[in-house]
Design a protein around this ligand. Structure first.
Ligand code: COA
Length: 259
């Protein structure tokens, strides 16, 4: 499917999504958001997609925020609807049954930081810069940043970042626990690919259920321990569970079929 603002390319069962507005530092306009929504539907639908990488085009920016131009003359109702729509797209990323990794290759500001945080984990290049500078514009985070940043770095650090608009570099983001790894920019995709290759060799239902269980830790509408027990039980009705256990007992590699 052709996209105007994204590139979406398969690489060994990983769909690499590149936000492609380099002249605007990959800012998230409504077209990018609609296309992200549509490409995530493909991720859910097609079994040959086992994992996803989201990155930005060029060497300077992952995503420098929501497109500020589109904020001119928004009404209160428009702005609330925009935030809700953005949040729903980022929920779709967060709840993806296949692992989604953000490869942050430069600025991850505002909506860019929020997009990265909606992914299951983040790998940053050495030149990455994270922040929620919305207060500089007289506005605030709107695509889930106040919630996910607090979950990821704790209340005090999240509060400091959202009220000052200050940025943190890759080394600080690593220290904060916001990112899992910092690597040279040239190694960014390879690092993600090698981690995702490990997950491709596992049973897809076990991987999807594991993602759901971890996400349940942050979902106040469910009991995470009950969710985990139910999902654990659900693994036992899959053929892949029988195969995994049998293969261990027979001292061979399992051959998972995805059901
Ligand atoms: N929305 C719309 N356009 C953006 C943008 C955004 N969030 N961030 C950058 N751009 C555009 C600039 O307007 C410029 O376009 P132009 O060449 O047509 O004028 C282009 O991208 C390059 O940006 P520029 O500011 O010239 O690059 P820089 O290297 O000097 O500065 C930043 C980089 C990221 C520090 C700066 O662009 C910036 O502060 N961006 C906004 C960050 C932000 O507030 N994000 C949260 C938005 S809610």
């Amino acid at each position: 499917m052709p996209y105007q603002t994204l590139r979406a390319e398969m690489d060994h069962h990983t769909l690499v999504i590149t936000i492609n507005r380099p002249d605007k530092l990959n800012a998230l306009n409504q077209q990018v958001m609609q296309e992200l929504d549509a490409v995530m539907d493909r991720v859910y639908k097609f079994p040959e997609i086992r994992s996803v990488i989201i990155t930005g085009s060029g060497e300077k920016s992952f995503v420098a925020g929501a497109d500020i131009k589109e904020f001119q003359s928004l009404s209160k109702a428009d702005a609330t609807a925009l935030a809700k729509k953005g949040q729903s797209i980022f929920f779709k990323i967060e709840n993806s049954p296949k692992p989604v990794v953000a490869c942050v290759n430069g600025f991850a500001l505002g909506g860019g930081c929020e997009l990265a945080m909606s992914c299951h984990f983040i790998i940053a290049s050495e030149n990455a810069l994270f922040g929620q500078p919305e207060v500089n514009l007289g506005i605030m985070v709107g695509y889930g940043g106040s919630q996910r940043l607090t979950q990821k770095v704790g209340k005090a650090r999240a509060m400091e970042l959202v009220v000052t608009g200050n940025t943190i570099n890759a080394a600080q983001a690593l220290e904060y626990g916001l990112v899992n790894y910092v690597v040279p920019q040239a190694d960014l995709i390879a690092k993600a690919t090698s981690l995702l290759a490990a997950s491709h060799s596992k049973a897809p239902v076990a991987v999807a259920n594991s993602i759901k269980a971890v996400n349940a830790a942050w979902d106040e509408s469910v009991n995470g321990f009950d969710t985990e027990a139910d999902l654990f039980g659900a693994c036992f009705i899959t053929d892949d569970c029988k195969e995994g256990i049998q293969a261990f007992l027979e001292k061979r590699k399992p051959e998972f079929k995805g059901h």
